[in-house]
Design a protein around this ligand. Structure first.
Ligand SMILES: Cc1cc2nc3c(=O)[nH]c(=O)nc-3n(C[C@H](O)[C@H](O)[C@H](O)COP(=O)(O)OP(=O)(O)OC[C@H]3O[C@@H](n4cnc5c(N)ncnc54)[C@H](O)[C@@H]3O)c2cc1C
Length: 457
């Protein structure tokens, strides 16, 4: 029997809570909510529910709890670890209708907005008062504030402003029993008890449903220069960035990619080569407050080829930002989803890690293509393995993640654990650590109603 019929009384209660137009049960209509961005996970759902207010979210959570049907919160569904996908008939609780920017305060330098506001809308709102959101990522048009908070997203500005958690001043969230936790004072100093705001950041929908956020805003950078250079290796790229920082330049972003990724991006987007000569590795560095001459001097002697443009430098950024989509398109063309892993290692070991990665993966699966790119200042590699037979995806994942641990790294740099990395949690978290997280989970959600199977065993 289809889930919507089996759960008739629940569906009726959900319709009462949010209106029939916002309870979706037709398989064709719910497909986009049941399938992840990469196509690696496609689930089944009792219903997709689209509440329009915090009170409606609370009512939906109470209804699901009453019926004993778990739910999965979802924002823009751009997460890359399967955390927003219902695999076992869970209700999908879409927060996208909470899309109001409530206030932008240029004096307190804060933005208060519903969880469904996209990153790009929040960026525009901040810009309207001459300020900037300290978070940016290529998925900005679809990713929501609730989603970036729930995943503690990193992105392009971590080197300058930190991860999302450091930009989050307050939160409103509906807890598993339907009660509403609200900490929205935004006081810079407020040491009363546990940091529940920080705890909800990065909780991947397992501790509460984020309905509203209070974000810190920052001063936009002035005199921005975007430099792209070609270098002989990742080791050289790491040295170039170290030199730029040593020269005292303020780094707003620092990214890297390799020749194989550039080639995919160019053919997908129809871009011409950035330089006359090809290079093994490319670095994109955005600086502020310095002249073009200072930036050129800071880039140093390792550079084979280079170009510096005044910001925003969209033409140069396109080479880096096109990677995720180009890899996805190539995977579709090959007929098997890419194995996508987001990992971080200590910066001095980054180049050795990537070299070992190519060796180990190449020994296991000689015919696959390895594309890596990512955030240079955090030793953060987005590892994409193309052409891996689906039946061997876990084996390839295991090799990469164990190698990360050998290099003193983290199996999840910024995308979270979701469903994808859960079996490997114990590689970088001790038994005591996991047990403590489980105790926190039980305190917030004793019946396991929120995102079962995500993040924790
Ligand atoms: C092209 C591309 C580029 C990307 N670049 C980056 C990058 O640079 N850095 C980075 O960190 N990530 C990146 N990502 C991954 C993704 O965009 C982020 O993880 C983002 O934070 C997800 O936001 P979302 O609204 O799409 O959340 P979803 O995908 O809908 O959900 C992600 C997780 O958060 C939970 N969740 C969502 N909303 C809520 C809520 N309101 N309350 C509670 N839980 C919630 C879900 O249950 C799920 O576990 C990229 C993705 C793409 C497709």
């Amino acid at each position: 029997m289809p889930g919507s019929q089996r759960h008739g009384p629940l569906i009726a209660r959900l319709v009462d809570a949010v209106g029939a137009a916002h309870v979706l049960t037709d398989d064709a209509v719910t497909k986009g909510y049941r399938t992840d961005w990469t196509g690696r996970w496609e689930g089944v759902t009792t219903a997709v529910v689209r509440p329009g207010s915090t009170a409606e979210v609370a009512e939906v959570v109470r209804a699901c709890a009453g019926a004993g049907v778990p739910l999965v919160p979802q924002g823009g569904n751009t997460g890359l670890v399967g955390g927003s996908i219902p695999l076992d008939g869970e209700v999908v609780l879409s927060l996208r209708r909470l899309d109001t920017v409530e206030s932008v305060d240029p004096v307190g330098r804060t933005l208060t907005a519903g969880a469904g506001v996209t990153v790009s809308t929040a960026q525009d709102a901040a810009a309207s008062v001459g300020l900037m959101l300290g978070i940016d990522l290529a998925a900005r048009e679809s990713a929501t504030l609730g989603g970036v908070v729930a995943t503690n997203a990193g992105g392009l500005r971590v080197v300058r402003h930190g991860t999302t958690r450091t930009q989050l001043l307050g939160i409103e969230a509906v807890l598993a029993d339907g009660s509403v936790l609200s900490r929205l004072s935004g006081l810079p100093k407020d040491n009363v008890g546990y940091d529940l705001v920080g705890l909800l950041a990065g909780s991947e929908g397992t501790l509460g449903v984020v309905t509203k956020v209070l974000m810190r805003l920052v001063t936009p950078p002035a005199h921005v220069q975007v430099a792209m250079v070609g270098v002989p290796s990742l080791a050289a790229a790491v040295e170039v960035l170290a030199g730029v920082r040593q020269a005292g330049l303020t780094v707003e972003a620092a990214e890297y990619f390799h020749a194989a990724g550039l080639s995919l991006v160019r053919s997908r987007l129809g871009l011409r080569a950035p330089f006359l000569d090809d290079h093994a590795t490319y670095v994109l560095v955005e600086t502020s407050g310095a002249s073009e001459e200072d930036v050129v001097a800071g880039l140093g002697p390792l550079v084979g080829d280079g170009v510096v443009e005044p910001g925003p430098g969209g033409r140069l950024w396109a080479y880096r930002e096109g990677h995720a989509e180009a890899v996805n398109a190539e995977a579709v063309a090959l007929g098997s989803p890419a194995v996508k892993l987001d990992v971080a290692v200590p910066i001095p070991r980054h180049a050795a890690f990537e070299a070992a990665l190519r060796d180990r993966v190449g020994a296991l699966l000689p015919d696959i293509t390895v594309i890596t790119f990512g955030h240079l200042a955090e030793g953060n590699s987005h590892v994409n393995l193309l052409g891996v037979p689906v039946a061997r995806a876990d084996e390839a994942t295991d090799i990469v993640l164990r190698l990360v641990v050998e290099h003193g790294g983290s199996i999840s740099a910024e995308h979270g654990v979701g469903r994808a990395k859960r079996p490997w949690m114990e590689l970088t978290r001790s038994a005591v650590d996991v047990a403590t997280m489980l105790a926190v989970k039980r305190a917030f959600d004793p019946r396991g109603m929120l995102s079962p199977g995500v993040l924790l065993p």
